[in-house]
Design a protein around this ligand. Structure first.
Ligand SMILES: C[S@@+](CC[C@H](N)C(=O)[O-])C[C@H]1O[C@@H](n2cnc3c(N)ncnc32)[C@H](O)[C@@H]1O
Length: 225
């Protein structure tokens, strides 16, 4: 699958959005929430502490202090210069790189864990395909590739109804616009079928888990086959 001409527009639009919002869009802005969110990710990562870790779309590192990762083996990448600057200010010794994430591929590096949290909704289908291919090339044979908190398309209709019932008309209208027009301006809603196809194409086995901290999202956990 090759990139369309629209992928650079998608990248430019989201880079501009995230450069203006470097500290992320978590639904709560408290250490308690970040800890709970990190705990959820740690369950996905499994009992064995990964030595070499690549985080794609690391943002300003809000979750980093709660993830229990070895700083010496961690690399975080994000295309938002302001997010990377904020992360670097808090952790000057970490290996942080400002670059586009879906096309990031360093065949000289091997990782035990490659993950993202709330990021792949900003990738079009071609970018996501690239991302999975790159992850496969950089992952150790017994490594883990986690796309966490993917927008779950199957829940879109119930989330529209929930917003209507809660009197959040603006939110409901936005969600309906996405559902009816496929408008990706709030991120792309994805299906597990898309991940099953990607996993098959790039030689991964995939498992799915419903998200706890965010309703209407799922986690895709992949292992090399
Ligand atoms: C919702 S925030 C999540 C940040 C962080 N993962 C967390 O959980 O706190 C999404 C992040 O993904 C980054 N991002 C989105 N698309 C990207 C891309 N194509 N390449 C690199 N970073 C990207 C944004 O800059 C932003 O920092």
């Amino acid at each position: 699958m090759h990139r369309t001409e629209r992928s650079p527009d998608t990248i430019a639009r989201w880079r501009s959005y995230w450069s203006a919002n470097p500290t992320g869009d978590h639904r709560c802005d408290s250490s308690e929430f970040f800890r709970r969110q990190a705990d959820e990710l740690r369950v996905l990562f499994g009992a064995k502490r990964p030595a070499r870790v690549l985080e794609v779309g690391c943002g300003s590192g809000l979750l980093f202090p709660f993830l229990g990762l070895d700083p010496a083996g961690y690399r975080g990448i994000d295309f938002s210069p302001s997010a990377i600057a904020a992360f670097r200010a808090a952790y000057p010794d970490l290996d942080l790189v400002c670059c586009e994430g879906s096309s990031y591929c360093d065949p000289r590096s091997t990782y035990d864990l490659i993950f993202s949290n709330g990021v792949v909704e900003h990738f079009d289908a071609h970018m996501l395909d690239d991302h999975v291919r790159c992850a496969r090339a950089m992952l150790a044979d017994d490594g883990l590739f986690v796309c966490a908190n993917v927008l779950w398309k199957a829940h879109l209709a119930s989330l529209v109804l929930a917003a209507l019932r809660a009197g959040q008309l603006g939110v409901a209208l936005n969600r309906m616009r996405i559902a009816l027009l496929g408008d990706p301006s709030l991120g792309r809603w994805q299906t597990q079928g898309e991940f099953i196809s990607l996993a098959r194409r790039h030689d991964f086995a995939v498992e799915f888990f419903g998200a706890m901290a965010y309703l209407g999202r799922f986690h895709a956990v992949m292992r090399p086959r």
